[in-house]
Design a protein around this ligand. Structure first.
Ligand code: SAH
Ligand code: SF4
Length: 388
């Protein structure tokens, strides 16, 4: 049987050069790109970059035609040279509690989940991913069971914020009363293993003439990559969150294997040295509550002792189970008793209510679960399509 190949299409696809996306560029890089490829004269670069910047990051436009203070011919030139396209939203889910989750495809096989968690009033936090998968293998974390696919670029991190703001209808950047008021790097991946892109994305997100979310409202969570902590503080001035989960090395090594490389004493010393710490700028310690593992009153007391002198908040996270895990979540009364000990010692220690569990958007449930669901849906569809 003869086979006809459509060579015109086959040849066009891989050869067609992809126009660079301007979303992840710093102001300086944007100005340089406009001169190099956008036909902007060097003497006008700074001014044009400011205009384009505002359109991209304050107004959220994806179409150069909407940049009405730029001459028509110039807009056409930019549209030829660059793109502002958003990545594809593969799946969007809204939980009964208002949590929203997007599965975003950055490139073929490169998918991340981003979660919006509404808070009291209008405010809310966006939980963004910094890597696809994770190289660390924390034993209670589902993301840790997935191999690292790759680091996300600054553009891909900023794109998660843009996608959320598109969906929340929050362009141009409102001055106050925002729905997307805070950002937490608590999605997939270890942000300190991708610090350059994370720092560049934070510069873009925090820029006053753009998305303009203040650095005080941006929190980076790390499992404790000690050598990068100082750089994180200096480069980003972001709020720091530490995934602690245990107060002695023997246990922490089991939960967070990275502890073998950077034991608790070194981690605490680096935290104490984090730039700008004060009572107004506290470190958040995350502590996942694992039944019979780290949840006794003695553990709570050891935690109080360990944190002495550090301006700290403690976030108790009820463990979110996943298929195949050996851990269980502590009972509610155990968590409350643990919190009471911390409160008596003067620490704010909110228990993080699991959010969006019905759409698998809670901590440690990201991506893998929806991948599995889609795989099982595909299997079902295939089974239904099978001729009996
Ligand atoms: N890699 C970074 C940031 C992402 S994880 C870090 O580890 O800090 C965000 C938080 O969710 C971390 O505190 C992590 O320990 C916690 N977490 C992971 N899996 C969880 C699960 N199954 N249940 C509850 N919390 C979990
Ligand atoms: Fe990676 Fe954080 Fe999960 Fe550990 S808890 S495996 S560092 S994503």
């Amino acid at each position: 049987m003869g086979v006809t190949l459509d060579l015109s299409r086959a040849a066009a696809a891989p050869l067609a050069p992809k126009a660079p996306n301007l979303t992840g560029l710093s102001r300086r890089e944007l100005a340089a790109a406009l001169v190099d490829a956008g036909g902007v004269p060097a003497e006008k670069a700074k001014m044009r970059a400011s205009q384009v910047w505002r359109w991209i990051h304050h107004y959220g436009v994806t179409d150069f035609e909407r940049m009405t203070d730029i001459a028509k011919e110039q807009r056409a030139r930019l549209a030829e040279a660059f793109t502002l396209a958003r990545p594809e939203v593969v799946e969007r889910q809204v939980s009964k509690d208002g949590t929203r989750k997007w599965l975003i495809r950055m490139a073929p096989g490169v998918e991340v989940e981003t979660v919006y968690i509404p808070d009291v009033g209008r405010a809310g936090a966006l939980c963004v991913s910094s890597q696809v998968g994770c190289t660390l293998n924390c034993t209670f974390c589902h993301t840790g069971t997935q191999p690292l696919v790759r680091n996300l670029t600054a553009a891909e991190i900023v794109a998660q914020v843009q996608v959320a703001r598109d969906d929340l209808g929050e362009w141009p950047s409102p001055k106050e009363d925002r729905r997307l008021s805070n950002i937490v790097f608590m999605g997939m991946g270890e942000p300190l293993y991708n610090l350059d892109s994370v720092a560049q994305a934070i510069d873009i997100i925090a820029d006053h003439e753009g998305i303009a979310i203040s650095r005080r409202r941006i929190t980076v969570s790390t499992s404790g990559v000690v050598p990068q902590l100082g750089e994180l503080g200096e480069k980003t001035q972001a709020m720091l969150a530490i995934s602690l989960h245990a107060t002695n090395d023997a246990l922490r090594e089991k939960l967070v294997p990275l502890n073998r490389k950077y034991p608790i004493a070194e981690l605490m010393a680096a935290i104490r040295a984090y730039p700008g710490l004060s009572n107004a700028k506290r470190v958040t310690f995350e502590y996942v509550m694992l039944k019979g593992v780290n949840d006794s009153p003695a553990d709570a007391k050891a935690l109080v002792k360990l944190l002495a002198g550090i301006p700290a908040k403690i976030n108790l996270i009820p463990f979110n189970p996943w298929p195949g895990t050996e851990y269980e979540c502590s009972s509610w009364s155990t968590i409350e008793a643990f919190a009471a000990i911390l409160n008596r010692a003067g620490y704010a220690s909110p228990i993080r209510t699991p959010r969006g569990r019905d759409i698998l958007a809670a901590c440690g449930q990201l991506k893998s679960e929806s991948e599995k669901l889609r795989a099982s849906a595909r299997r079902k569809a295939a089974a239904n399509a099978d001729p009996a």
